[in-house]
Each structure stands twice: as structure tokens, then as C-alpha cells.
Design a protein around this ligand. Structure first.
Ligand code: KIV
Length: 270
């Protein structure tokens, strides 16, 4: 099983790979492929659970998925994404919610959508033994504040604030930093300024690693962000399998003899 130290040590040698997974079969596929980090993202809300945003995701909800992913993962580092308002409101609740992901669900670290309010919290979690992945740039839990999903760090003041916050989270003990939807040159500068690895999504090629949402990467999602890439067309494969199943049932081809059994000594039941 990979550790946060393995992830830190890989930075600079080879790009770190990270994908989301929300269930056991997907985690098995991602883990077998040798992906370094599996993020049980709160993107489960819009990717899997049919919500418009990640805001409705609950602690119990994410815990359910973290447990499934942890049970199916042998090698990758499993990171639990802490949902909206599960951290940052009350310190005790924040620590208990995050601790539960390690203690009860088998994750090795948590991710916090970060800001000025998570610097001290990150330090406290790390002191208690909860490794923290920070997340700056576009933080989708702020969708209602942003009014959408705009690029971040696009002017000098915002870029400087992001760099300062990145350094503060490194000093607080975060073991890595996700940078989402920020200019590639800013992500490169932040990566240079930090010792901990940066993992980019829509943040250009110069981060220490890359992360994508699984369903976007394999081509299940109907819509993908401009910074994503579909490396397969799994949706088409699923649609074709479901069409074939429906046709086989409707035509009577399924179930065939090999899918059924009869007991010769059963008496007729009327
Ligand atoms: O929830 C998620 O999937 C994420 C990644 C996109 C970084 O936060």
C-alpha cells in the first residue's frame, strides 16, 4: 500500500498519477493500472449520485464510497475528499469527520478544499496523524459563491494570494496540493515554490502530477470540462451491451439452456 511519503518522494522523479474512483470495481481497475493515488472525490455527487453540484454530498455518503474503494485497493494511496461543511465550521467536528475516513473507512489521507480557513485546521489534522492533501484554485464547493466554475488566479492579486496560501498549507504540513483550473504558468510557479508535490487538473503540464475524474477519463460522462480528455469510449461500450441485452431478452435468446437448470426429481406443483 502506497503511503503519503511514497507520493512525496515520487515528485520530481516521475509524474504522479491520480484518478477518482467511487466504488470497488472501479477502484480495482484503477489500482491494477498502477495509478499512484485514488481520490474518492466529492465529485461523486454530480458524477454518480445525480446532483447538480458537490454541495449536497454528506459525510455518511462519502464514507460509504471511501469504504468501498479502500476495500478494493491494494497498492494506491486512497484519499477521502471531505464534503462541503464537513470541515471548517467546528474544529472538533472537522477532526472527527476526517478521522472517521481513516479509522472506519480505510483511507490514508483526506483532501480539503482549502483557503485561509484551512491553514490551522491542516496543521491540527497533521499533528493528530491525518495526512492532508490541500486543494487550491477552483474549489467546486464554492459554486454558489462563484456562480459557476470560473478559472482562478487570473489576475496578479489572485495569483499572489494562491501562491501565499500554497506556501502556508505546505508549512502547515499538507503532503501535496491539488491545483484546479488555474493558468499553467501560475501552476508552474507554485510547483517551483513548493517542496510538496502539486497535482494539477486544468493546470497545465508543469505540476508534479495530474488528476482526472474517472468517468471523464474513460469516456462515461456525457459532458466533460475543456481541460479533460477522454482516453476511451466506455459509454458507447455500455450502451451497446445494454442494447444487446434488451434485444436478447425480447427475442427469447436469453436465457439460453446454459443459463438454466432443471431438477429431474421435482414433482409437478399445482
Ligand atoms: O472531487 C473531485 O473529483 C476533485 C478532483 C477533481 C480534484 O476534487
Amino acid at each position: 500500500m502506497a503511503t503519503v511519503r511514497d507520493v512525496r518522494e515520487k515528485a520530481g522523479d516521475e509524474p504522479i498519477t491520480m484518478l477518482t474512483a467511487y466504488d470497488a470495481p472501479t477502484a480495482g481497475i484503477v489500482d491494477d493500472a498502477g495509478v499512484d493515488v485514488i481520490l474518492v472525490g466529492d465529485s461523486v455527487g454530480n458524477v454518480v449520485l445525480g446532483h447538480e453540484t458537490t454541495v449536497p454530498v454528506s459525510v455518511d455518503g462519502i464514507a460509504h464510497h471511501v469504504g468501498a474503494v479502500s476495500r478494493a485497493t491494494e497498492d494506491a494511496l486512497v484519499v477521502a475528499d471531505m464534503p462541503f461543511l464537513s470541515f471548517g465550521v467546528d474544529e472538533k467536528d472537522s477532526l472527527e469527520n476526517a478521522g472517521r475516513m481513516l479509522k472506519e473507512e480505510g483511507a490514508q489521507a483526506v483532501k480539503l478544499e482549502s483557503g485561509p480557513h484551512t491553514v490551522d485546521l491542516t496543521e491540527k489534522m497533521v499533528q493528530l496523524g491525518i495526512p492532508v492533501m490541500a486543494h487550491l484554485g477552483l474549489t467546486p464547493q464554492h459554486v454558489n459563491q462563484y456562480g459557476g466554475y470560473p478559472r482562478q488566479g487570473t489576475d496578479q492579486a489572485a495569483a499572489q494570494r494562491m501562491l501565499d496560501l500554497a506556501i502556508e498549507h505546505e508549512e502547515a504540513g499538507a503532503f501535496s496540493l491539488v491545483l484546479e483550473h488555474v493558468p499553467a504558468n501560475l501552476a508552474a510557479e507554485i510547483t517551483d515554490a513548493l517542496d510538496i508535490p502539486t497535482i494539477g487538473i486544468g493546470a497545465g503540464p508543469d505540476c508534479d502530477g495530474q488528476v482526472l475524474v474517472f468517468d471523464d477519463a474513460v469516456g462515461i460522462s456525457e459532458w466533460t470540462p475543456s481541460f479533460s480528455e477522454q482516453f476511451g469510449n466506455v459509454r458507447a461500450e455500455m450502451e451497446s451491451a445494454v442494447d444487446d441485452y434488451v434485444s436478447a431478452v425480447e427475442s427469447g435468446e436469453f436465457p439460453a439452456d446454459e443459463h438454466s437448470h432443471e431438477e429431474t426429481d421435482l414433482e409437478d406443483i399445482y
